[in-house]
Design a protein around this ligand. Structure first.
Ligand SMILES: [Zn+2]
Ligand SMILES: [Zn+2]
Length: 136
């Protein structure tokens, strides 16, 4: 699906910022920080519009936020057709600092202790990514 279809699908108008943000995340197919997105956007970047755009896309589950640490937040596109889009884990590479969505690694709801109701999943595994571990 292209950016315009994704927005249409969620009943959102296509604005230059929304289309661009989705395009950037799609093109990179990896999670990005605000400053990484900013440098891709170039002149189109505007801080206030950026935050508004991000919030809108978060609200309708087009993208999700990954909190790496107190200062690093990354954004990634949701795999809309993926069953475990909401509860997959993230992998932080200590070597290249990339954060990857591990769509195939997820936490099944029935594996959470009885009586606990999961609403958000923020699982971050740290180590060496596929690329960095193959250099050894
Ligand atoms: Zn790496
Ligand atoms: Zn993810």
């Amino acid at each position: 699906m292209n950016a315009i279809d994704i927005l249409k699908n969620r009943g959102l108008k296509k604005t230059a910022q929304r289309v661009m943000l989705i395009n950037i995340l799609q093109k990179k197919s990896i999670s990005l920080t605000e400053s990484e997105i900013k440098s891709e956007m170039g002149d189109l970047y505007d801080r206030i519009t950026f935050y508004r755009t991000v919030q809108t896309l978060l609200d309708v589950h087009i993208i999700h936020r990954i909190t790496v640490d107190n200062i690093t937040v990354k954004y990634a596109l949701n795999q809309l057709d993926h069953e475990h889009s909401g509860n997959h884990v993230h992998f932080f590479c200590k070597v290249c600092h990339s954060v990857t969505c591990l769509e195939e690694t997820f936490i099944p709801e029935n594996r959470i202790s009885k009586g606990f109701v999961a609403e958000e999943y923020e699982v971050l595994i740290k180590g060496k990514c596929e690329k960095c571990s193959s250099h050894e």
